[in-house]
Design a binder for this molecule. Structure first.
Ligand SMILES: Cc1ncc(C[n+]2csc(CCOP(=O)(O)OP(=O)(O)O)c2C)c(N)n1
Ligand code: SF4
Length: 348
């Protein structure tokens, strides 16, 4: 665990300035929600004090999938092919458990061509953050409806979407995802603590972030425009994140907040905003999402979390040591070990 320093003189607890978390200048359209999300990512990783060298940035294809180039240039990363980020990210994490794997995808990349990969990543509970930059269209290929576009919503040129949408959060909870959140790119106060809680989580942490495409999906009739999201956003709670290296010193009256202790000992505080919502209740989360879809509301916040679920490393009993640091002896245990395995399965 890195030495703990408080944030001071423009540096974080690792002694790094914000410069270390920046990337190349963005080439996206001005006002694109994806750029705002990149800023939230830089702020979350800087504030938490994650060493950029330990981050693996993974993405597929799309405007959203281009964004890892625009933050944390010191990190390694791979722009995979369309919809195939999850398998490449699984490989990276299996190969090196000490990496923070951050996947950035679009709603097209995830919910259409990559849907099978998305489902199996979640079933395996690979420890990584999965951000969907959800604008309801294929931005890069000029604004076709995506599988997350709401039925009845209108394309810029007037065509109406006749198909039901896939809700990636509902699907993820159904598949057993251990961390599911939804937010809006314009809501820094919600996105940054959610990202920090995701950094602290063991297992797949999915954050579906509505991210308006100003060029192809920001008009009247769209349900992913800035105006529509602002009108329908229903935050479940106000969020506070307290990292494992800070003492919990906030004092909320009983019954007004819920505290979730993350796998690394950090705390996520969920302060009630009107409604009673327990993000550790899986069935209630599925129901709340179905209800909000029916009502045309956008439910945002920590939808479901289970910090105790085993991740892929635990399930498969994979070594903590990065695989490239294992010696020949560990990689090739020899004929005696092979015989033991064969005997154990009755194949000897
Ligand atoms: C195999 C394959 N099929 C289709 C494409 C064309 N294509 C590129 S990006 C994209 C969709 C991107 O949409 P999304 O993931 O929502 O990202 P956005 O651009 O909206 O951020 C498509 C269909 C491709 N690159 N590869
Ligand atoms: S086309 Fe849309 S998604 Fe792509 S960069 Fe422009 S605003 Fe963003």
């Amino acid at each position: 665990m890195p030495e703990v320093k408080t944030v001071q003189n423009g540096t974080n607890r690792l002694g790094l300035s914000m410069e270390a978390y920046k990337g190349a200048p963005s080439t996206l359209c001005q006002g694109c929600g994806h750029d705002t999300i990149s800023r939230h990512i830089m702020n979350a990783f800087y504030d938490f004090g994650v060493d950029p060298h330990r981050v693996a940035k993974m993405s597929g294809i799309g405007c959203s999938s281009k964004t890892p180039a625009y933050f944390m240039s010191r990190s390694c990363g791979l722009n995979a092919i369309h919809g195939r980020m999850p398998s490449v990210a699984t490989g990276a994490r299996l190969g090196n458990k000490s990496l923070f794997v951050l996947g950035v995808s679009g709603d097209g990349d995830t919910a259409a061509i990559g849907l099978g990969q998305f489902c199996h990543l979640i079933r395996r509970n690979v420890s990584m953050i999965y951000v969907i930059e959800n604008n309801g269209v294929y931005g890069l290929t000029k604004g076709q409806f995506s599988a997350t576009s709401d039925r009845g919503s209108k394309q810029k040129w007037g065509a109406v979407n006749e198909y039901d949408s896939i809700d990636c959060c509902s699907l993820a909870i159904e598949l057993g995802c251990s961390f599911v959140a939804r937010s809006f790119s314009g809501d820094a106060k919600q996105v940054v603590p959610l990202l920090q809680a995701a950094i602290s989580h063991k297992g797949t942490a999915l954050i579906d972030i509505i991210s308006p495409c100003v060029t192809f999906n920001n008009h009247e009739g769209s349900t992913r425009s800035y105006a529509h999201v602002q009108k329908t956003d229903q935050p479940l709670h106000a969020l506070d994140f307290i990292p494992f290296y800070e003492e919990v010193q906030v004092d909320y009256p009983a019954g007004t907040s819920k505290e979730v202790t993350m796998a690394d000992g950090s705390h996520l505080l969920l302060k009630k905003l009107g409604r009673d919502y327990d993000p550790t209740n899986r069935l209630a989360a599925i129901e709340a999402l179905a209800r909000s879809k029916q009502e045309g509301a956008l439910l945002t916040g920590m939808l479901y979390v289970n910090p105790d679920k085993k991740d892929l490393h635990e399930i498969e009993n994979i070594t903590d040591e990065p695989l490239n640091q294992l010696a020949e002896k560990e990689l090739r245990p020899g004929p005696e070990a092979l015989k033991q395995i064969l005997d154990r399965h009755g194949w000897g």
